[in-house]
Design a protein around this ligand. Structure first.
Ligand code: APR
Length: 257
C-alpha cells in the first residue's frame, strides 16, 4: 500500500482528522512563502515586524507594513486545488478542523464555496490572525484592512480608529502572544486527532513545531506534506515530499473512493 492510500485509509477510519497548514498551501495561489529563496524574509527584515516595534515606533512599523502588504497581498488570490480538497473533506464530514498559520483567508473562501448546498462546517482556526483585517488597540474594534492600508499608503501613519486608538494589523506579530483560547483549542484538537496532517509548513515557528509532536504522543497518525524536509519528519508516520496541489486532491479522491 502506498503512503497516500495509508493516509486515506486512516482518514476514513478516524473519528477526528485535523489539518495544520502553512504558507506552502497558498504558494500555488501565488502568495509568497516566508522562508526559502523567494521567501518574504529574504526581502524584508523580520526584526522590523515585531510587536515591540509596533509599540515603540508605530509610524515606522506601519510604513514598512504597507510595503510588506503590497508584496504579499497586492494580487487577488484564489483558493487552489489543495484548499479546495480540504474544504471538500470538511464539507463531507471527513475533516474536523483546519489550523492555519496563514493570514490570507483562503481556507475560509474555499469552505464557503464548497459549502454551497451543504451544511457541514469545519472549524477553521487562524492561529496568526487575518491580514485582511485591522484591529484598534484601544477599543478593540475590527475593520476591513483594505481601506485602512490604503489610508496608510496615502500617508496616514499610523492609521487610527474613530476612537483615536491606533490600528494594528489583525495578525499575531513576532513577540506577541497568540490568544490563549485559540492555542488551547489548537492543542486540544491536536491531542484528540486520530490523523494529523501538517501541510506546507517549515514547522519551525511555534506552535507549528509542537502541535505535530502533541499529535504523535497522543497516538495519531501524523502525515507531512511538504516540498522540503522538516525538523519533525523523523517522528512522522508518512512524509510526502510533493506539491500540495497534487497530493491533497489525490488524498481526497482516495478517501471518497
Ligand atoms: N507544496 C508543498 N510544500 C510547499 C509548496 C508547495 N507548493 N510551496 C512551498 N512549500 C513548503 C516549503 O518547502 C516550506 O517548507 O512550504 C513551507 C513554507 O514554510 P514557511 O515559509 O516557513 O511558512 P510557514 O511554516 O507557514 O511559516 C510560519 O512564520 O514568519 C512566520 O508568521 C509567519 O505564519 C508564518 C510562520
Amino acid at each position: 500500500m502506498d503512503d497516500l492510500e495509508r493516509l486515506a485509509d486512516d482518514i476514513r477510519d478516524a473519528a477526528t482528522v485535523v489539518a495544520f497548514t502553512g504558507a506552502g498551501i497558498s504558494q500555488p495561489s501565488g502568495v509568497p512563502t516566508f522562508r526559502g529563496d523567494d521567501g518574504v524574509w529574504e526581502k524584508f527584515d523580520e526584526g522590523q515586524f515585531t510587536y515591540g516595534r509596533f509599540q515603540r515606533d508605530p509610524v515606522g512599523f506601519w510604513a514598512d507594513r504597507v510595503e510588506l502588504q503590497r508584496v504579499m497581498f497586492d494580487e487577488e488570490y484564489e483558493p487552489n486545488a489543495a484548499h479546495e480538497a480540504l474544504a471538500e473533506l470538511g464539507r463531507d464530514g471527513s475533516l474536523e478542523a483546519i489550523l492555519t498559520q496563514n493570514t490570507d483567508g483562503l481556507h475560509g473562501e474555499a469552505a464557503t464555496s464548497a459549502r454551497e448546498g451543504g451544511t457541514d462546517e469545519t472549524t477553521i482556526l487562524e492561529l496568526h490572525g487575518n491580514s485582511q483585517r485591522v484591529r484598534c488597540i484601544d477599543c478593540g474594534k475590527r475593520a476591513d484592512g483594505d481601506s485602512i492600508f490604503e489610508r496608510a499608503a496615502d500617508g496616514e501613519l499610523p492609521p487610527t480608529c474613530d476612537c483615536g486608538g491606533v490600528y494594528k494589523p489583525d495578525v499575531v506579530l513576532f513577540g506577541e502572544q497568540l490568544s490563549g483560547a485559540v492555542i488551547q483549542r489548537a492543542r486540544s484538537l491536536a491531542q484528540e486527532s486520530d490523523v494529523f496532517l501538517a501541510i506546507g509548513s517549515s514547522l519551525v515557528v511555534e506552535p507549528a513545531a509542537s502541535l505535530p509532536r502533541l499529535a504523535t504522543s497522543s497516538g495519531a497518525t501524523v502525515g507531512i506534506v511538504n516540498l522540503e524536509s522538516t525538523p519533525i519528519d523523523g517522528s512522522a508516520d508518512v512524509v510526502v515530499r510533493e506539491d500540495v496541489t497534487d497530493v491533497l486532491p489525490e488524498i481526497r479522491a482516495l478517501v471518497e473512493k
